[in-house]
Design a protein around this ligand. Sequence first.
Ligand code: LLP
Length: 387
Amino acid sequence: MKTKFPIERFAHIETPFYYYDVELLKKTIDTVQKEAAKHNGFNVHYAIKANFNPRLLAIIAASGLGADCVSGGEVAAALKAGVSPGHIVFAGVGKTDKEIALSLDAGIFCFNVESIPEIDAIDTLAAERGVVAQVAIRVNPNIGAHTHANITTGLAENKFGVNYEQLDEVINTIESKNNVKLIGLHFHIGSQILVMDDFIALCGRVNELQTMLHETRGLVLPHINVGGGLGIRYDAPDKYNVPDFALYFDTYAQHLKLFPGQQVHFELGRSIVAQCGSLITRATYIKSGTCKKFIIVDAGMNDLVRPALYSAYHRIENLSSHKADEVYDVVGPICESSDVFCKDRKIPQTHRGDIMAIRSAGAYGEAMAFGYNCRPLPKSVLSTEFE
Ligand code: LLP
């Protein structure tokens, strides 16, 4: 299923904007649910940080997926979209009292906790409300995933999670409190991971830790949350439009050693929404340098920051031209030399006014947009608007 762009409709819409192929989103959600359901006790939470567009969230919530949130704003967005509080997990190193209070009042499923002071704060706020908060400890598995340094999160010297040496003290703290209850362990090793060996390594760590907790403390926790991180194929968005969820879940099913009745939780963001979204932009000018040709488009790094921030690759297609390829740098209008979408890329000969699609932009695209240079935040258009 190739994303078909309604180019004649685009001609009447002001660019830049995010275009979402709803059919592909639904197909992706269906696949993730079907593949997870093949394994007993596998639960999927959509990581809202990847894209919190309310219209997409409504579709995701209606499908029955849970939500993984990292701020009070995300918890509120999940609730508003209709995610059941019992399917919301809340992670993050810096949860404020206000965010914790909102989540307690909503009755969310679980807080993924990352430090002792945070446990104190949750316990105090839960006591004030006469409730018991369920918590999972985010453990730092010390695994360096094969991905960009800025998006690997499982290494020992990281702001995230609790290290092995601190684990006993953290468990003792939770057990000493009346208003927090330890229900699980949480892990996350990074994002855009395509090498299953990284997830296998995580399974190994989880197994070790579970054995250790069982042997030393007789502790078996009902919930194991392995985070997210499944990558997508930025190089071939049409060929690999739905990620290989079967392989991903099979990998965990094969390598995770569970105690009877344990539930496994996944927090998938990118793999659910990336391929359904494209940033649609127009060529404002074609400019010739001394040795280079630039396509200056009307989208900038403020609309899609991934190339500037991580040197990320996104396929760029000229939807208006089928001429022979030329070599271009595609750049935005922002006053920063890092406002570059790609360099020395073969793209069909492009003219002022041509409409272009920057592909695989559904995850961490619109969600990370900002207003630098007094630019408005990008709008969104859903394929269903044209039906
Ligand atoms: N769970 C936790 C604890 C996370 O930190 C993340 C992502 C996820 C789940 C979802 O990971 P995913 O399935 O989407 O890989 N802005 C970067 C990605 C940052 C990822 C942050 N954490 C990018 O544009 O590549």
